[in-house]
Design a binder for this molecule. Sequence first.
Ligand code: GUN
Ligand code: ZN
Length: 410
Amino acid sequence: MILQGRLLTRGDQDPRPGWVRVADVRIAEVGFGEPPETAAAGGPDAIICPGFTDAHIHLPQLSITGCEGGDLLTWLNEVVFPAERLWADAAFAGVAVRDAYRRMLAAGTIAYAGYLTSHQAGVTAVMKAGQEAPLRAVVGQVMIDRHAPEWLLTGGEGRQLARLACSQRGRLALSVNPRFAVACSDDMLARAAARAAEGAVVQTHLSESRRECDLVRKLFPGDEHYAGVYDRHGLLHERTLLAHCLHLSDDEWRLIAERGCAVVHCPTANTFLQAGLFDLDAARRCGVRLALGSDVAAGPDLAMPRVARAMIEVAKVRALAAPDGSSVPVPTPAETWDLITRGNADVLGFEDTGRLEAGASADLLVLRPGLPPDRYLVARLIYTWRDEYIDRVVLNGTLIDPRTPPVPPS
Ligand code: GUN
Ligand code: ZN
């Protein structure tokens, strides 16, 4: 199958007319100029680019997008936990995952790192949906054993870990997701670490709201700081994704950099919950690996270009508020574009995703944005993004019309 269009290989490079040959699930060839045969999708006016990766999303929370309800801890209790309770029902979870997959594909997301609920049903639902729409995923059942309603508490057993790790031809892996230190006793964190020792990715939240940080200090009085709680259990390593990290001390930044963790910045969520403004400068100074997440539904935007725009805007607000604005870095649209394609994919361990090159997995977008293909194209895409820009999605080598996806409503 040939796709024709201007090839947007990197955010800072002008898109040149060319074509991509897809064979089975991979990009077999990338060429410039006229395509060697009739294209199956695209055309001279189309843009071909890698699909987007979301480095932090809660699938069960799509249904509560936009439901404001106080700060993080209040919102979790009053809005999130009641919604997550519904996933105890396997049929409900099945429908919800299919809906999530449909909406993610419509927004150009072909890969993600995510959270389910504390119920086993979500894992089964994700496995089933992945057979029809094999989004590339590292996703886990949430572990939580306190500070939540009794009906959400569970051990989050990992029986399916080994089987899932190699299921669906490497498109799906199960991660270990201790929700956050507030909701996990020492015993639960130890169990999470034991499970992760088998080689799984660890996903958790760190230092998102001030009230959460105060509570963690009270719950773990013997630990030097919040990051230290996870570190004491051996949960900080190269396979750890730490969402938010808004109120870290210099020692915590140094520690997570030393351990090789990745920090997942979720700018839309941080604004929604008024949790804080991410310190990009600190992240860069310490050299931590950075990814970008929608954090739906604390983040109201599923589309990663919108999250990228929010990353720029949060940095600009920080720069405006800083006594010496010039010392606050503001990422360019090109940098954020590279982050939501190649950068996020690399952090999630999907190193052959998020790029337009021979040998990479064929997870691509054919865009028809009707925008001039000039040097502002990427900035225009980021600032004016609408899902209607997507004409076709190529998911694991299969051409999809996002308006009639392979996971139709049940
Ligand atoms: N911290 C613990 N759980 C959550 C969650 O579901 N969303 C966000 N934004 N933060 C959390
Ligand atoms: Zn989250």
